[in-house]
Design a protein around this ligand. Structure first.
Ligand SMILES: [Zn+2]
Length: 251
């Protein structure tokens, strides 16, 4: 079956149940204004759909603040500190893993939040670089001013530590292990519909909105086409609702 037909059918079931499916959109690695960022924000504005930018705080360019002031659909989350890998050779990349003293990591996160908070519509949410971090750090986040975290895959808990909310993403449009371009509509729509079905079946936390993850600096034409198509189609469907990042983390 055509991928879009599958999505329409699934959203139809949510419409029939009288409770629209909730979704949210997270885009990673922003630091500066660019033509790719303009293109992303234009899609959000044309469709009237909020997009949450995970911004790398160490590298925030002064022009980013001005650019985001001009896009009311943009929200800002904190993407680690410098997106540096501290895992030893041979291990999976991780910025806030078990490799460094907690005090060192907290100092980076606190300074990161201070800088992130200066951007318009910023929220105290840590988007873990490479979508992973040491579970032991979760309870420490409030000490750095942060109150939520976001990684990849169905969450185990809406509040994994006291005062720390979690909302993840569930669909990745880029084929990182292959040609590093658009992975294809069948694959991405499959991930979205798969998560929506699991929510309906109670196999995962039904209250976690389904998250789309994009990376504007890496998009090929296929990625751009898909994002606009998905955002528009979901927006137009009575069985679905795009949430702002604020509503996705603190409903
Ligand atoms: Zn990243």
């Amino acid at each position: 079956m055509n991928a879009w037909t599958t999505l329409n059918d699934e959203l139809g079931r949510w419409a029939d149940a009288g409770a629209p499916a909730t979704l949210w959109w997270r885009d990673d690695d922003a630091t500066h204004p660019s033509s790719a960022l303009d293109r992303l924000l234009a899609i959000a504005e044309r469709a009237s759909v909020p997009v949450a930018l995970a911004v790398i705080p160490r590298d925030i360019d002064a022009g980013l603040n001005t650019r985001l002031q001009a896009c009311a659909q943009s929200w800002v989350l904190q993407h680690g500190w410098s997106h540096a890998n501290h895992a030893p050779e041979g291990e999976r990349d991780e910025e806030f893993g078990p490799h460094r003293p907690v005090a060192t990591m907290l100092a980076e996160l606190a300074e990161g939040w201070r800088r992130t908070a200066a951007l318009p519509r910023s929220l105290p949410v840590l988007v873990a670089p490479w979508n992973r971090m040491d579970a032991g750090m979760l309870g420490e986040l409030p000490k750095a001013g942060l109150g939520a975290v976001s990684t990849l895959g169905p969450r185990a808990s809406a509040e994994p530590a006291p005062g720390v909310r979690q909302t993840n993403v569930h669909a990745d449009i880029i084929d990182w292990s292959g040609h590093r371009g658009f992975v294809g509509e069948a694959a991405v729509v499959g991930q979205i519909v798969g998560h929506l079905r699991q929510r309906r079946a109670g196999a995962v936390d039904a209250g976690e909105p389904t998250g789309l993850m994009t990376h504007h600096l890496f998009h090929d034409e296929g990625c751009w086409w898909f994002v606009e198509e998905l955002v528009r189609r979901v927006r137009a469907h009575a069985g679905a609702r795009w949430l702002s990042a604020r509503d996705a983390f603190w409903p």
